[in-house]
Design a protein around this ligand. Sequence first.
Ligand code: ADP
Ligand code: MG
Length: 344
Amino acid sequence: MSTPEQDTAVRQPVATTSEAAPTPAPSGYPDEQCLDFDNVSKFYGEVLGVNRVNLRIPPGITSLVGPNGSGKSTLMNLMTGLLEPTAGEIRLLGYSPRDPQNLFRHLGYCAQFDSFPPGLNGYHFVYSYLRVHGMSGQEAKQRTEIALERTNIAHAADRRMAGYSKGMRQRIKLAQATAHDPQVLILDEPLNGLDPMGRAEIIDLFKELAAEGKHVIISSHILHEVDLISDQVILLNEGYVVAEGDIRSVRGEIDKHPLQIMIRCDKPEALAMRLVRMPHLRELKMHDDRHGLLVATADSKAFYLELNDIVLEENIAVEAVTPADEDVHAVYQYLIGSGQESTS
Ligand code: ADP
Ligand code: MG
């Protein structure tokens, strides 16, 4: 996918006024082919689930990425109508999640946590769901068989799900979600618990579904687990969308996002003279009381190493070195992983 019109935005996780709320990124697709969030918030009593989310999700693979508690499942449950937004509007392919009968014809959903009717085998789990959809026994049987083959769980279809491994449970949920051939798939942590082989197979299935023009929306708490397969990535932190776009733009934005550091010392002028020579320095400001410097660097590791040398060489007495916006930076670092993945 990666349409050229796709927008990228990095937003600070701070509350904005509704006037300043960002508008959805134009995707070049009409409303009937998109999932739209218009200024959506969900509070659980006083606990923030997600806040002021504006999104437009076109077909293809979209990954919701963020640490535990960042709001991924909340967003998915809002999309599927299992939760009502506290504020804002949601549309899936033009349908309201408040219209489940129409919505679920076009929607397949895998919840993050398993909850299977006791005593059921895999085949009946998928088959009964299709019957509830109103399909004839013959059609439900055919579709069940196709779905079980496609998700590679046909061999265990007549076994009780109570004895399934985590990987098998992920597959049978996926079989159920895809069996009625929906346009939109919402899959909460579908790769969790799969071994590398299983993961590769399931990822191939996602790619296949995306190539058919479907929406495949998956969540993960680690960016490098899903980055290379995603057409669009949405980074969440503490209920806010902090970055969105195709992976190249998101990475670019993260790399460009400089870390701000406050340094308090006895010779800020001497320190400033040395710091300005750093190629990765983005900003340098003297504090009003002339005892501190506020700097922004694009390479915090290099910055700290060089700072040590400068302090020793110039004999500077340092009182404090504090990252000014560690929260945002730390979450990016966490999401990117430990840096072993290749940048594309
Ligand atoms: P994620 O899926 O990214 O781990 P969630 O959407 O589950 O995040 O949670 C987002 C926030 O909402 C967290 O602070 C979580 O504790 C809170 N939350 C989620 N579900 C509930 C609930 N049913 N009641 C109260 N708080 C909830
Ligand atoms: Mg979750």
